[in-house]
Ligand binder design. Structure first.
Ligand code: ADP
Length: 546
């Protein structure tokens, strides 16, 4: 390699000292312009211009050293053709560019000035201290070794000044890129934080808000401007401050916390359930600097769950009602066909068939009445006629059909009413409906041979005050009882005790819901307790008539 390239030194120099001084001075003036711009291309144009003052060139390339390898690539060129480009590629691959930079001296390649009269190339290293910035590869218009005014010192000076300016420009460019990247990332982050539907806010250890998005402003009723930089205990209500104090205290010990608070932005706005999830915030050195909280309005979420449940109930209802309607209708159809097709049945058999048809028709009417009552109760069309009602008399009116049902299963019905306290404020028809439903269920879910007790006494449920103002009615059976988990939900529409659809009891799951609506409309309460030792006791209360 060294046989092909030589260092350009002053051996051929014939410049007198005065000329040398003025050339240095003029070059120095020119190199000052290198630093006028932080744009790499502008610096390079100034370098090219200064170079022309030292030697005229026909082509030039600026090679930059890759950051993470020893390779160089052409960043900018002047009048470079394919042939020259290949030559430079060869120079770079053969290590001449590296050699010039390592030795920090201007090299001429090839040493003998090239074949076929081609001009040799000059490699001018660009170095700042030990750091290699790149190199200029120059094709002079005249042969350097034949010309005395090619001064390696001038080229070296140009190279070092150019390297300094190019390095500055590169650092500046890097900073610009980084700054741009940081500010676009910050803008992106800000947009993202602003656009999320959840309320997001962060507080420092002094309870000051350091982040507060528009959704948080919406949920908490405090503007961003008001919140940022303020302490939350200075701008939020006492109730929320207490909640946040507790949430952040737990968060600082456990890392995170989740809870709900019922919150109203102002006295005249309705309360909304607010779900808040907090977690700790740390700085780059893992030191605790505060906490971040995500909050959202849970009412929409709860509404969605409610709608899904209603949708599911509607499906269950349709399948249950179709089944319930189909069963008596099938019975009616079958026995009507038997009566039509077989005329030779005796009168006793005919009566038996007709009894079944009547029973199934009653079941159909009952079911349709329940559906009607459900829709009327839901739309407020259910009319109540409230007066002073003798409870014992109401019970007696319902007794006959219930006793018939009980007798079929060999179930005894025992009733014991408080004779001195049997006048209540109620609607007799509706109370009869509740008796039929509760006692009918007790018969349906009790084993043959068991006993059902019905009684009334003065008293309310545990939660109610003024016990003396209420009459409490109990219906107790010895059946399977109601599992604890179902004791509240069986009073909801279409709910039945069954985990497996195959064991679903007959019925629509509407009777208890209707009973609850009626009793609550009459200012009473209805609930179920576990029987002793088995079965269940349904209670309802009604206000005593004074
Ligand atoms: P239905 O009886 O038409 O299904 P109800 O609303 O009257 O509708 O009752 C809802 C459910 O509550 C019943 O399906 C049954 O699972 C349960 N249930 C009601 N009363 C009793 C009872 N006395 N013993 C056991 N389970 C009962």
């Amino acid at each position: 390699m060294e046989s092909s390239a030589i260092a350009l030194d002053n051996q051929d120099r014939r410049i007198d000292h005065r000329n040398a001084y003025s050339e240095y001075k003029s070059l120095f003036e020119q190199t000052r312009k290198f630093n006028e711009s932080h744009d790499i291309d502008c610096v390079l144009e100034a370098v090219a211009h200064a170079l022309k003052g030292i030697l005229d060139f026909s082509a030039m390339a600026y090679l930059v050293k890759e950051h993470f390898s020893d390779d160089y690539y052409i960043r900018k060129d002047w009048y470079l053709n394919r042939k020259l480009e290949k030559q430079i590629f060869h120079l770079e691959h053969s290590g001449y560019v590296d050699l010039a930079c390592e030795s920090n001296s201007v090299l001429v390649y090839p040493e003998n000035g090239g074949k076929n009269g081609t001009h040799p190339l000059l490699i001018v290293p660009l170095k700042t201290g030990a750091r290699v910035v790149g190199a200029l590869v120059v094709q002079p218009k005249i042969r350097p070794l034949q010309r005395s005014n090619i001064d390696s010192d001038l080229l070296a000076l140009l190279g070092s000044q150019a390297a300094l300016a190019l390095e500055n420009a590169r650092l500046h460019e890097d900073m610009e890129v980084k700054h741009h990247a940081t500010s676009s990332f910050e803008a992106f982050l800000e947009d993202t934080i602003e656009s999320i539907p959840e309320g997001l806010f962060a507080v420092d250890l002094e309870k000051k808000f350091s982040l507060f998005n528009s959704s948080a402003a919406d949920l908490l009723g405090v503007s961003r401007e008001q919140a940022l930089g303020s302490r939350y205990d200075e701008i939020l209500s006492k109730e929320v401050v207490e909640f946040l104090d507790r949430a952040f205290n737990i968060t600082y010990t456990t890392g995170e916390y989740e809870n709900e608070i019922s919150y109203s932005k102002s006295a005249d706005e309705r309360e909304i359930p607010l779900g808040v999830h907090t977690s700790i915030l740390k700085d780059a050195n893992e030191a605790l600097i505060g906490a971040i909280a995500v909050c959202r309005n849970l009412s929409e979420h709860q509404e969605l769950i409610h709608l899904r449940r209603l949708d599911k109930l509607k499906d269950e209802f349709l399948s249950s009602v179709s089944h319930e309607l189909r069963t008596p209708l099938t019975g009616i159809k079958s026995f009507t066909e038997i009566l039509r097709d077989y005329e030779n049945h005796g009168p006793e058999a005919r009566k038996g068939f007709l009894d079944i048809i009547v029973k199934q028709t009653d079941r159909l009417i009952e079911l349709i009445d329940e559906l009607l009552a459900t829709s009327q109760l839901g739309s407020g069309e259910f009319i109540f006629e409230i007066s002073t009602v003798d409870l014992n008399a109401v019970f007696a009116e319902t007794l006959t059909p219930l006793q018939l049902m009980a007798a079929e299963k060999d179930i005894s019905l025992e009733a014991r009413f408080d004779k001195d306290n049997q006048l209540v404020q109620a609607d007799s028809k509706r109370v009869a409906q509740v008796f039929i439903n509760l006692i009918g269920n007790a018969i349906k879910f009790s084993p043959a041979g068991s006993t059902i007790k019905v009684w009334s006494e003065k008293g309310a449920d545990e939660g109610l005050e003024h016990e003396r103002d209420y009459l409490r009615i109990g219906v107790q059976d010895e059946g399977a009882g109601i599992p604890k988990d179902y004791r509240k939900t069986i009073f909801e529409k279409f709910t039945q005790v069954c985990d497996d659809p195959a064991t679903k009891p007959d019925g629509s799951g509407l009777g208890l819901w209707i009973s609850k609506q009626i009793i609550e409309e009459l200012n009473g309460n209805i609930w179920v307790e576990s029987g002793d030792p088995r079965g269940s006791i349904f209670f309802f209360t009604l206000p005593i008539s004074c």
